[in-house]
Design a protein around this ligand. Structure first.
Ligand SMILES: Cc1ncc(COP(=O)(O)O)c(C=O)c1O
Length: 410
């Protein structure tokens, strides 16, 4: 195996040089449909964190354990006396898991879902988005994308042959207490983006990075346009269970057949032991759905004090945070601190990249530059902001507050 890999590498190098000498380009260059998507903020910032070892509030994951019932179930499945739990399962989703999901969502959307026809288990939301966009895009199709957007939407649209059309959420105010509900889209501008080439619109609610929960009125406006132009709505709702009182998450419908075609010919099936363990987790949560200790309820309650703690310390150091209605990210405007940052020591084009890199290297705290979530024309709208993640241990949030306070007092 190893020998074969080496052989491939060597032969590729030789061919690349040979072909390049003649034509100026190589048949092994990145295919055109992938060009322009080489840069990834996650790849770059994980590398930066490994190198400088800051307190990392950049990446969106908890720095503590997943619920014990799920990790215990996974350990039990790994040692199960049923060897089939370690092998391929049904491609569109492990039977126990699709049954649990169908039962769970039937209750939430108040409609009976068929586990075998209306549920597809994917490798994360990434694959669900990929299958949705690959499965519904013809060359030249336009997709409306709301900025800031989770950064994979655009490469996924472009590699499927589509064209992203952008519209930015803008804050109605930028001082005092700003909440994610203050970030809105211009309705005339939105209306103007729909045309006969539009294939669909991607929305994300609760929103990353703003934490906005789209209102019924906003979603109705989008749904009416979608109906008028006969287009799809892809609704990315990965943070659906992290919603702070009194806000309510509103779900939109979805389609499945085309996604199944993409899934069956790419990932085919997600790992069986994980699906079995997640199914066991769902079954337990379903029994206690109305109780406060149900994970889908307790998660937001657990995160609320973390959200408020972060908002307070960011305000105390002079940043203007947007208080999120959902999710676990906080966008903060740092422009009042610009004179404390040596932006000219960094070389990136966008100020937020320079700010976050300088902070990582010199102050020891990492956030994510939100211009990564904008198309080329609107990046300037986000240059004064940073995204921090607050699904972190209290001790690490306290350490972040201490780092920032020490820095601003110097
Ligand atoms: C809005 C949004 N969509 C999709 C994803 C990808 O989710 P997953 O990790 O489940 O693939 C993320 C992850 O951060 C996200 O924030």
């Amino acid at each position: 195996m190893l020998t074969r890999v080496c052989f491939l590498t060597i032969s590729k190098t030789v061919s690349v040089n040979t072909v390049r000498n003649i034509t100026g380009m190589s048949k092994f260059d990145l295919p055109n449909r992938l060009k322009g998507n080489e840069k990834s903020v996650w790849v770059e910032y994980i590398q930066l964190a490994l190198q400088y070892k800051p307190l990392n509030l950049g990446q969106g994951f908890p720095d503590y354990y997943a619920p014990e019932n799920v990790t215990n179930a996974l350990a039990t499945v790994a040692k199960s006396d049923n060897p089939l739990l370690q092998q391929y399962t049904r491609g569109f989703g492990h039977p126990r898991l699709v049954n649990a999901i169908a039962k769970f969502y039937s209750k939430l959307i108040n409609r009976d879902l068929d586990p075998n026809k209306e549920v597809l288990v994917t490798a994360g939301a990434y694959e669900a988005l990929y299958s949705s966009l690959q499965g519904h895009t013809n060359l030249g199709d336009e997709w409306i994308v709301i900025e800031p957007f989770f950064d994979c939407y655009v490469p996924m649209i472009q590699t499927a042959g589509g064209i992203p059309r952008f519209i930015a959420l803008k804050p109605k105010s930028t001082s005092g207490t700003v909440t994610s509900g203050d970030w809105v889209f211009d309705r005339k501008e939105m209306e103007g983006l729909f045309n006969e080439k539009t294939k669909g619109i991607v929305i994300n609610t609760p929103h990353n990075p703003i934490g906005k929960i789209f209102t019924l009125d906003e979603l109705q406006f989008i749904a009416d346009l979608a109906k008028k132009w006969n287009v799809l709505v892809i609704s990315d709702e990965v943070y659906e269970h992290i919603v702070y009182e009194p806000y309510k998450h509103i779900r939109m419908a979805n389609l499945l057949h085309n996604l199944q075609v993409v899934h069956q010919n790419s990932v085919y099936t997600c790992t069986t032991p994980t699906q079995e363990a997640v199914a066991i987790g769902f079954e337990l949560e379903m029994e206690r759905l109305e109780q406060p200790d149900c994970y889908f309820r307790s998660l937001a309650m657990e995160l609320l004090p973390k959200r408020d703690y972060m908002a307070k310390f960011l305000q105390e150091v002079g940043m203007v945070p947007t208080i999120p209605e959902g999710g676990y990210f906080m966008l903060a405007n740092w422009s009042a601190l610009e004179n404390k940052v040596k932006l000219n020591e960094e070389t990136d084009a966008s100020k937020d990249y320079r700010f976050t890199k300088w902070m990582t290297k010199n102050v020891g705290l990492q956030g994510i530059p939100p211009t990564a979530f904008y198309g080329p024309e609107h990046k300037t709208l986000a240059e004064d902001y940073v995204r921090y993640c607050f699904i972190k241990k209290d001790e690490n949030l306290k350490a972040a507050a201490k780092i920032l306070k020490k820095w601003v007092s110097q």
